[in-house]
Structure formats: C-alpha cells, structure tokens
Design a protein around this ligand. Structure first.
Ligand SMILES: *Cc1c(COP(=O)(O)O)cnc(C)c1O
Length: 375
C-alpha cells in the first residue's frame, strides 16, 4: 500500500508532469514572470468555468479577502459578520483592517453560517457578511442572500475550500460557489481543491464597478500607470502559478469527482455507526469535500487520532480552536461571543485523508482502522 497522506500532491503531479514541466519551461524561456499572458488566459478560463463576469487574480486567498473588504470601502469600526468555525484568515483580515468581527454560530449539520443567527446579528453598523463554504460544503446561500438584500449588505463568499462546488436555488437555478455573493474569494494554496505550486488566489464578481476597484486595490491603488487614487496593496498571481492552474482547471471537475467518490466510500463504510456522524449532504449543496470531516459522539478524539497514527493513518483537527477563542481576538471581545454549536464542534470533529489520488486499499485500511477502534 502506498503511504497514506492527508493530501497526495506528488502523485497528482506525476500524472500531469509532462504538461506541467513543459508549461513551466515555456515561462522560463519567455521570462515573463509577472503578468505573463497565461495570467490573463487563466483568469478568462476561470471566468468561463464559474460563469462570472470578472476574475481578478491575486497572491493568495487571505489577500483576496482583504482586497474584497478594501474594495467595498469598509471603514474602521464597521461590523463584518463571519463564522468563528473557519480557518483564521477569514476573521484575521477583518481585524487587520480595524473592522469589527461579529462572530456568528454555524448550523450543526452543515458547519456553515446559520442564516437565522446572521439576521439576528445585523445592526446599523453591519457592512459585510462573509459566509465560508467550509470543507467544500456550500453555506445556505439563498436565505443568506435574501437577508443581505433586505438589509442592503454586501456578501463576500470565502470560497477557499469549495471551488468547483455549486448551489441549487429553490427555483432550480444552479450557480457555482464563489459566483453567488457580491464578491467571491478563493485560494490556490497547493492543498486546496484547485491548488497551484506555491501561493495564489483570486476574486470574482459580476459588478463592473466593483471589479475595477478590486483591480485598483490589488495593484497599489493605481488607476493609470503611476497614478494612485487609493491606498492599495501589491497582490499578484505569478505567471508560473498561472500555467499550473490552467492545466489543473481543466481537471478540476475530475478532481471533484474523485473526492466525491472517496466521500461515498467513507459514507458507505461508516453507515449505521452510532459514534460517528458522517458529513451532512445538504440538498442544495454539491459538496466538493475539501475535507471529509466526521463528528464523533462519545468517543475520545485524541485516542482515535493516536490509534490511527499507529496504523499510519493521518487524521487532522480542523480547527481545534475557533477564531473567537483565539488570543488574537482577545482585544475584540472574542470570547464574549456565545457560539455553542461552534464550541461543541471544535471538540468533536476529525478529518480523514481525502484527495484525488486515493487507492481502494488505502480507503479500506482507513475505514477498517476507524471501525476497529470503535469496536
Ligand atoms: C486557505 C483558506 C484561506 C486563505 O488562503 P491562503 O491562500 O492560504 O491565504 C482563507 N479562508 C479559508 C476558509 C481557507 O481555507
């Protein structure tokens, strides 16, 4: 059996090595390392894939979130609603910009923002809502967008974990995740569902004026060459990353299918086990399983993790400490937020290996190992 990893990027690379190596060689020959033609080509291809008007590439997913908030013109003290049960970047950029993070609890089944709790948290100072499509599951976007529209608040989707996923509205309309809110943000960190070979990120929007502001903010606030209208940042996608992403975007749907097949195998393997809750399949969400995350009921997570480790099965806790409990947010009244679902989930979740290259014998070994611990 091939050693099991949470993510096996090496084997994924080996399958596309000839194309990737040739494309990288071309960039080296062209020496167009910044803003080479592939950056624009990739943006257009992603635009078509997502069925959105504008894709603006940037340096990483954290920058994408920061640029989104800057482009929306958020001002110090403005409130931004976000889940606490997420990777820290989502909340960190809010604080970095001297905005006020308003942490809202998640739905216990989907692990994503609870729309009812979001509406309750809205005040006259709320200037953005940032749902996170955690682990590849879509947040419930239809009610979230309705609430946002009612209160005239922009929505920034943190789609770093769910590119390739989609949401089905009640009337049957299907939209790609990241293309539903006013701005979508994603990350191309290597282990993400569409990952490059370094750092990368992008913003998406259908709004022409917003797209222009995003481009300006991402490029030193520049409106015309050497004319700088607002304070911006320097955030670009390298040409080398763009050529890798062009190749991998063609394979994204295949990659998603492979992840969903792994999830199907896990779901079948763990069916009917009372100590385990497998990931919820929300009817509106085409889940892309960035993570396959179990909830444990009455089982020691530490002991399970240790037991698996002894059998060469890695397992990770995403995330052991929710954002509002992090020291980083002590000065923002973080711990004062009452988020019982989030606090409960952080003690119960455990993520198993899932990626595009898993073998049946690996899956069998993982499922067997989990079951033998529980028996
Ligand atoms: C990875 C991730 C980010 C940040 O992306 P980087 O490219 O690492 O900066 C933001 N939000 C979520 C939910 C993520 O998983």
């Amino acid at each position: 059996m091939v050693p099991i990893q949470m993510v096996d990027l090496k084997r994924q690379y080996l399958k596309i090595k000839p194309q990737v190596d040739a494309a990288i060689q071309d960039v080296l020959e062209s020496a167009a390392f910044i803003n080479g033609a592939p950056v624009q080509q990739f943006s257009q291809e992603l635009q078509q894939y997502l069925d959105i008007k504008h894709v603006i590439p940037c340096a990483n997913g954290t920058d994408a979130l920061q640029i989104a908030m800057m482009a929306l013109g958020l001002q110090p003290g403005d409130e931004v609603i976000t889940p606490s049960f997420t990777f820290i970047a989502t909340a960190e950029v809010i604080a970095l910009l001297h905005l006020k993070p308003v942490f809202v609890d998640v739905d216990p089944k989907t692990f994503c923002l609870d729309p009812v709790a979001v509406e309750k948290a809205i005040t006259s100072k709320t200037k953005a809502i940032v749902p996170v499509h955690l682990y590849g599951q879509s947040a419930d976007m239809e009610p979230l967008m309705a609430i946002a529209e009612k209160h005239n608040i922009p929505v920034i989707e943190d789609n770093a974990q769910a590119i390739g996923g989609h949401y089905t509205f009640k009337n049957g309309t299907v939209k790609k995740l990241g293309a539903i809110g006013h701005i979508g943000c994603t990350s191309f960190f290597p282990s993400k569902n569409l990952g490059c070979y370094g750092d990368g990120g992008a913003l998406f929007t259908n709004d022409d004026a917003l797209a222009a502001r995003i481009r300006m903010v991402a490029n030193h606030g520049q409106s015309a060459r050497y004319y700088h209208d607002v304070v911006g940042v320097n955030s670009r996608l390298d040409t080398l990353q763009a050529v890798v992403l062009r190749i991998k975007l063609q394979l994204l749907d295949e990659y998603v299918t492979a992840r969903r097949a792994v999830a199907d195998a896990y779901d079948a393997g763990f069916a009917g086990i009372p100590q385990i809750t497998t990931p919820y399949r929300a009817p509106y969400s085409y889940h892309v399983y960035h993570q396959y995350t179990l909830q444990l009921n009455g089982v020691s997570r530490d002991e399970l993790q240790k037991y698996l480790q002894e059998r060469n099965v890695p397992a990770m806790i995403y995330y052991p400490v929710p954002a509002h409990q992090q020291k980083m947010f002590a000065g923002f009244g973080g711990a004062a937020f009452k988020l019982p679902v989030t606090d409960d989930l952080t003690t119960k979740v455990i993520s198993l290996p899932i990626h595009t290259e898993m073998d049946p014998d690996q899956l069998e070994h993982i499922i067997h190992s989990v079951k033998s611990f529980l028996n």
